[in-house]
Ligand binder design. Structure first.
Ligand code: CTP
Length: 403
């Protein structure tokens, strides 16, 4: 996919050890189709060379307002007029302190000040030591930057180059990339609270064994990401999968169907949209053995009794808010044949306004899929594509159906 096709992004680097991550970020944005123009401060060039950044961006790097390559000698005007966004990553504490005063004594801060503020957004990915980050001066500066219209992306948490541990690391390149991509997406779900279930469930037989299924969780994770990109506040209730949580999504990990059922209860009062993609086990073992079931040498196989799990989606769809239309429920159906007929039947049985059908064996674990959307009016197909593209199309369809 080329999520940043036709986008011109100025990637500004101020001084900080996180400059090494800017190399990867630059490469990732180029890979998504963006034209990246790198601008570096003198301090940034202490951490990474302009040669590296030029090679990765495929464009000569600018670092001085006196750069004679520009015929009018006004790089700050020329470059900022062409840009779709100005992203400073890393944004050092000192650089942000400069910005709040509107100082412009080198090219990057000059561009931040000179950019057409209504048309060229300023995104900042701060990076600094934890004490510098939590200092009242920095926190005050961030509030001021936000008030002045900048998008401060937040920071990561963990081990720092200085050997300390805490808040202030620059976000990972992939996280920043997701934020930049999201920035350009239409905000059709802004202010909506979306809950998504994803992945398989695991029903324990004994402490070391259980019953599960082949759901990878990829579709549900793509939906959580697409909903967040569209501006929603997203909670993802995930069965046992090792996928990375999409940026900005609140994740609740569960194991069994009963855990998942319990975890989604707040959605009944809090959510505006509930999307059930999880492949929930229909049955669980009636009585989990406390200890590992051992072979006793007799050749006798153990027999398992099952009990039915709650239908999570049907339960949510039967709630008062769902029936009044305040909570919009979307079900998924993985079928092996007669998709259209089964999808219509399942939509009615589950009591949901929208049901998304797909062919189970053709989607489990795959990176792409094809969807069939079924509602009271009829059906429409979303042809085979990668799961993130389909998830984005599905969000458009959901947004259109919200009151
Ligand atoms: N679902 C759920 N809780 C369950 C079972 C299913 O929330 N205990 C949800 C799934 O997340 C999906 C939809 O219901 O959105 C359809 O699930 P599926 O298992 O295909 O439907 P069933 O009613 O079990 O129908 P069948 O197994 O007969 O195809």
């Amino acid at each position: 996919m080329n999520d940043l096709a036709n986008k011109r992004i100025i990637l500004g680097l101020s001084g900080g050890i996180a400059c090494y991550k800017a190399a990867e970020l630059c490469r990732a944005m180029v890979k998504e189709g963006a034209t990246v123009q790198v601008v570096m401060t003198e301090a940034a060039a202490q951490f990474i060379t302009p040669v590296t950044m030029q090679a990765l961006s495929g464009q000569a790097v600018y670092s001085s307002q006196w750069d004679a390559r520009e015929p009018n000698n006004m790089a700050h005007i020329n470059l900022s007029r062409e840009a779709d966004a100005l992203l400073v990553a890393p944004a050092s504490a000192d650089f942000m302190a400069k910005l709040i005063h509107g100082r412009a004594d080198e090219l990057l801060s000059l561009m931040c000040l000179a950019r057409p503020i209504e048309r060229v957004p300023l995104l900042l990915a701060p990076a600094m030591n934890r004490e510098m980050w939590s200092h009242p001066a920095t926190q005050r500066n961030i509030l001021q930057l936000r008030a002045d219209g900048a998008h401060v992306l937040g920071v990561g948490q963990g081990e720092q180059a200085c050997g300390e541990t805490g808040d202030g690391r620059m976000l990972e390149p992939e996280e920043i990339l997701q934020d930049v991509v999201a920035y350009f997406k239409p905000q059709s779900l802004r202010g909506r609270r979306v809950w998504v279930t994803a992945g398989p469930t695991f029903e324990a037989i004994d402490p070391v064994r259980g019953i599960t299924n082949l759901s990878s969780g990829k579709m549900g994770f793509a939906i959580a990401r697409a909903a967040r990109e569209a501006g929603a506040d997203v909670t993802l209730v995930a069965g046992p999968v090792s996928l990375t949580t999409p940026r900005g999504v609140h994740r609740i990990n569960v194991r069994s169907a009963l855990d998942m059922h319990q975890a989604v209860q707040p959605a009944l009062t809090q959510a505006d949209v509930f999307v059930a993609t999880a492949a929930v086990a229909d049955w669980r073992v009636a009585q989990m053995a406390e200890q590992k079931i051992k072979k006793d040498g007799s050749g006798q196989v153990p027999s398992l009794a099952f009990t039915e799990n709650p239908d999570i989606l049907a339960g949510v769809a039967a709630s008062e808010r769902a029936r009044s239309g305040a909570l919009f429920c979307v079900g998924f159906a993985a079928e092996s044949h007669d998709l259209l007929r089964h999808a219509h039947e399942k939509r009615q049985r589950k009591g949901v306004p929208l049901l998304v059908g797909n062919i189970g064996p053709a989607t489990f674990g795959q990176d792409d899929n094809a969807l069939l959307l079924v509602d009271a009016q009829g059906h429409m197909e979303l042809p085979r594509a990668d799961k993130l593209s389909l998830a984005r199309q599905l969000m458009v369809q959901i947004a259109q159906r919200l009151r």
